[in-house]
Design a protein around this ligand. Structure first.
Ligand code: NDP
Ligand code: 8X3
Length: 251
């Protein structure tokens, strides 16, 4: 059955990979992000391939804008089957006692509160329909802290805990919850983390073949299409030469 899939942060990296892979799977897409023009270009790319796409432009940190956007959905788009809570970021890589207050606030507001806002807005409909799937993009960083990762790691730990909590809270329904925990994925992530220092960002992926957004999207599509009685609760996805959040073997 064609599903309606809403993806946050669909303009880049893992979110864009999910948009393309769910489109290939024959699903209808609600793509959300902050960059209206980019969303429109992606919409055009996908409708040219026969996918039905609707875009919504808002910042997940802005609860009122998110509410307005979801409330504005036409009737035929309102029954969301899959929510991919992907929008997120890391800012900075320094000791906890030297971190930036502003960076901390942005990460917490986006990775935790933004994810919660989308969950709060969309999951009640899933529960009422007794159908749906929430796919949260957590991280290996949520399993254990790594050097200088402190607040980012904590936000992804929160994503794990919130995924676990939600899974318990909807266990009396057919709604499923998946926490995907990628390791090193080459996207715009490190450019953002290092505030546009592209050389430092490129070094993160030197000497190792990293994952791509498509690799993570493949797992998301698999989880969303598992038989109804199968709940893929959590998946850790690492590059082959990555042993853990902090062990990366470069050749
Ligand atoms: P990208 O920077 O390539 O993509 C992030 C996406 O999130 C962009 O579309 C970005 O939009 C969007 N976004 C960021 N902040 C907001 C916001 N406030 N409101 C709406 N959209 C927002 O990075 P990734 O694809 O790598 O990151 C996607 C997710 O994957 C994140 O949650 C990240 O923590 C997680 N992750 C990434 C890993 C990696 O190694 N890359 C590994 C593990 C997890 P905009 O361009 O407007 O900023
Ligand atoms: C993103 C991957 O290892 O840089 O969550 O934290 S990592």
């Amino acid at each position: 059955m064609n599903k309606i899939v809403l993806i946050t942060g669909a303009t880049s990296g893992i979110g864009l990979g999910c948009a393309r892979k769910f489109a290939e799977n024959g699903d209808k897409l609600i793509l959300t992000g902050r960059k209206e023009q980019l969303l429109e270009e992606i919409r055009q790319e996908l409708i040219a391939k026969g996918t039905q796409v609707l875009t919504l432009t808002f910042d997940v940190r802005d609860r009122e804008a998110a509410t307005r956007a979801i409330d504005s959905l036409p009737e035929e788009w309102s029954e969301i089957d899959v929510l991919v809570n992907n929008a997120g970021l890391a800012l900075g890589l320094e000791p906890e006692y030297e971190g930036s207050f502003d960076d901390w606030e942005t990460m917490i507001d986006t990775n935790i509160k933004g994810l919660l806002t989308m969950t709060r807005l969309i999951v009640p409909g899933m529960v009422a329909r007794d159908r749906g799937h929430i796919i949260n993009i957590g991280s290996v960083a949520g399993d254990a802290a790594y050097a200088n990762g402190n607040v980012y790691c904590a936000t992804k730990s929160a994503v794990k805990t919130l995924s676990d909590g939600l899974r318990i809270d909807v266990a009396n329904t057919a709604v499923r919850v998946t926490n995907l925990k990628p390791g090193l994925v080459e996207t715009n992530f490190s450019n953002t983390r290092f505030h546009g220092d592209t050389e430092r960002a490129a070094n993160v992926y030197k000497g190792i073949k990293p994952l791509t957004g498509d690799d993570i999207a493949d797992v998301a599509v698999y989880a969303a299409n598992a038989p109804a009685h199968v709940q893929i609760a959590e998946v850790l996805i690492l590059a082959t030469h990555q042993g853990s959040g902090s062990v990366i073997v470069r050749k």
